[in-house]
Design a protein around this ligand. Structure first.
Ligand code: 6PG
Length: 240
């Protein structure tokens, strides 16, 4: 049985980011009272960048944190589009986290399918969880596109229906992406959406509608076992 989503509408993006920092710190701190390590999967795009900048100024036992990416463009970390490169630049390069705790997607491999398989194996290794069990991340950060995609789960793509893997190959306009699957995201203890901007209103209306096609609005597929929390700014959430 999934819990009802928690929806918080903050006055502006700065307040949304400040609130997201509080929530992420709460969840990671709680995780470390219950388990040896805390696990987080990062989202890409532009919205979470100031959150990662804020995390760089926080204090946590970084040697107990394991960082993954919920999705990644199929580029090298040095590429300007790289979600890994962005998070390393504004956060991970600025804290004393052991390099082996940063689990980047292997986008150096020529075959995205092999990269997805290798990333899944890395997740299973860190969580010590054999297939078919699905590991539970403490926090999975997500954004949402104007088309209601999340991670790299784009409308009407095969990735939406993958149910027997943790990681698969997403497809954005013919470009491969590495993405967590719906089952892996939905196993999380906390899924935190950060959505800002008026341009997200139409997609949010469909995601929160009582009836709508999840294949057209993939963020509807995110119904985690744990907490689902939406942090919206007023511009995005005004009409909910
Ligand atoms: C990516 C993201 C993607 C993103 C949304 C929202 O790799 O682009 O993971 O799912 O979260 O597109 O992006 P913005 O935060 O830039 O609006």
């Amino acid at each position: 049985m999934t819990q009802s989503p928690i929806v918080e509408i903050l006055p502006d993006k700065a307040a949304l980011i400040e609130r997201s920092l509080d929530v992420v710190m709460q969840k990671l701190t709680l995780a470390l009272t219950e388990r040896e390590i805390a696990t987080i999967a990062l989202s890409g795009g532009s919205t979470p960048k100031p959150l990662y900048e804020g995390l760089a100024d926080q204090s946590l036992p970084w040697d107990k944190l394991h960082v993954f990416w919920g999705d990644e463009r199929y580029v090298a970390p040095e590429h300007p589009d790289s979600n890994e490169g962005m998070a390393r630049h504004v956060w991970l390069d600025r804290i004393s986290i052991p390099p082996e705790n940063i689990h980047a997607t292997p986008t150096h491999l020529s075959d995205p399918t092999a990269a997805a398989t290798q990333y899944e194996a890395e997740i299973r290794r860190v969580f010590a969880t054999e297939a078919p069990a699905v590991p539970a991340f403490d926090v999975i950060l997500l954004g949402m596109g104007d088309d209601a995609h999340t991670a790299s789960l784009f409308p009407h793509t095969p990735a939406l229906s993958v149910s027997d893997r943790l990681v698969t190959v997403g497809n954005k306009a013919g470009q491969p992406r590495i993405t967590f699957t719906v089952p892996l995201i939905n196993q999380a203890r906390c899924v935190l959406f950060l959505v800002a901007g008026e341009n997200k209103q139409p997609a949010l209306a469909q995601v929160f509608a009582s009836e709508a096609d999840a294949m057209s609005y993939p963020s509807r597929l995110i119904q985690p076992q744990g907490e689902l929390r939406w942090l919206l700014d007023q511009a995005a959430g005004a009409n909910l």
